[in-house]
Design a protein around this ligand. Structure first.
Ligand code: CO8
Length: 257
């Protein structure tokens, strides 16, 4: 049985990591499974938003600790392994991705959440980067995205101690957008995904592209990129449809063109 499953709920695709005996740890099969799922979703215009979650009350316990030798064997430069391709696809994905986190999001699991656009957590969720306890450090954005998400002091406390933070702390520091009751993260994330899917997919993709550019550029460069995307959106059929629908007091029907 595949350790990753995808279900379609109208325009929302839910990808579930399903390897509960190892707390959904990321072995090659899990990473290949998410990579394949994202590839199919990327090509399917009917899917407008993605939710990633974990089965059995755990998001993901990080890299598979039994498989570190595979990681050691990978070349430092030019690696085309499923792992490298998976992280590249996740972080460069054009459609919005929401992480629905129940239970532990540790190591690579925390890095998946940090790479998603929005994180919704249940009140019992725990986030951590315990890599130093294993003699390694995060290798998929954990040092870079965590510090941007929570600020220097909290990030370094987490990175140096390996201690977890609670959902409440994650909310306070901005790692997560909302905290819901235990067992409700997927439902809450899916509701947000449906609201996103009702908007112009082109405008949402342009907003994602412009907003994430802020991590890579100066303010002036980011503003110039925003202007570029703004004018692309303004010239789209979707922007005319949005305008007509508002003025005609009806629901818009967006096509992504
Ligand atoms: N990898 C492999 N197996 C795991 C992992 C994991 N990350 N996490 C849990 N498991 C397995 C356990 O070994 C156990 O297996 P078994 O039943 O056969 O003994 C089973 O899952 C259940 O685990 P627990 O009994 O520990 O379950 P608990 O609910 O008590 O605890 C925890 C759950 C808190 C998630 C706990 O299992 C834990 O701390 N796991 C490890 C978390 C961790 O350290 N993650 C970071 C991994 S490193 C990383 O992500 C980046 C690595 C970069 C590598 C570079 C290498 C060169």
């Amino acid at each position: 049985m595949s350790p990753v499953s995808t279900t379609l709920d109208g325009p929302v695709a839910v990808i579930t990591l399903d390897r509960p005996a190892a707390r959904n740890a990321l072995n090659i099969e899990v990473q290949q499974g998410i990579l394949d799922a994202l590839g199919a979703i990327r090509r399917d215009d009917a899917v407008r938003c993605v939710v990633i979650t974990g089965a059995d009350g755990v998001f993901c316990a990080g890299a598979d600790i039994t498989a570190f030798d595979e990681l050691r064997a990978a070349p430092v430069v030019g690696d085309r392994s499923a792992s490298t391709m998976f992280w590249a696809e996740l972080t460069g994905f054009p459609k919005p991705i929401i992480a629905a986190v129940e239970g532990y999001a540790l190591g690579g699991g925390c890095e998946i959440a940090l790479a998603c656009d929005i994180v919704i957590a249940s009140e019992t969720a725990r986030f951590g980067v315990p890599e130093v306890k294993l003699g390694v450090i995060p290798g998929a954005g954990g040092t870079q995205r965590l510090i941007r998400a929570v600020g220097k002091s909290t990030a370094l406390m987490m990175l140096f101690t390996g201690d977890m933070i609670t959902a409440a702390q994650a909310l306070r520091t901005g790692v997560v957008a909302d905290v819901v009751g235990e067992g409700e993260a997927l439902t809450a994330a899916t509701l947000i995904a449906r609201r996103i899917a009702a908007n112009s997919p082109l405008a949402v993709a342009l907003a994602k592209d412009a907003a994430l550019r802020s991590f890579e550029s100066s303010l002036q460069q980011g503003l110039a990129h925003e202007q570029r995307n703004f004018h692309i959106a303004l010239g789209s059929a979707d922007s005319r449809e949005g305008q007509d629908a508002f003025l005609g007091k009806r629901r818009p029907v967006f096509t992504g063109r």
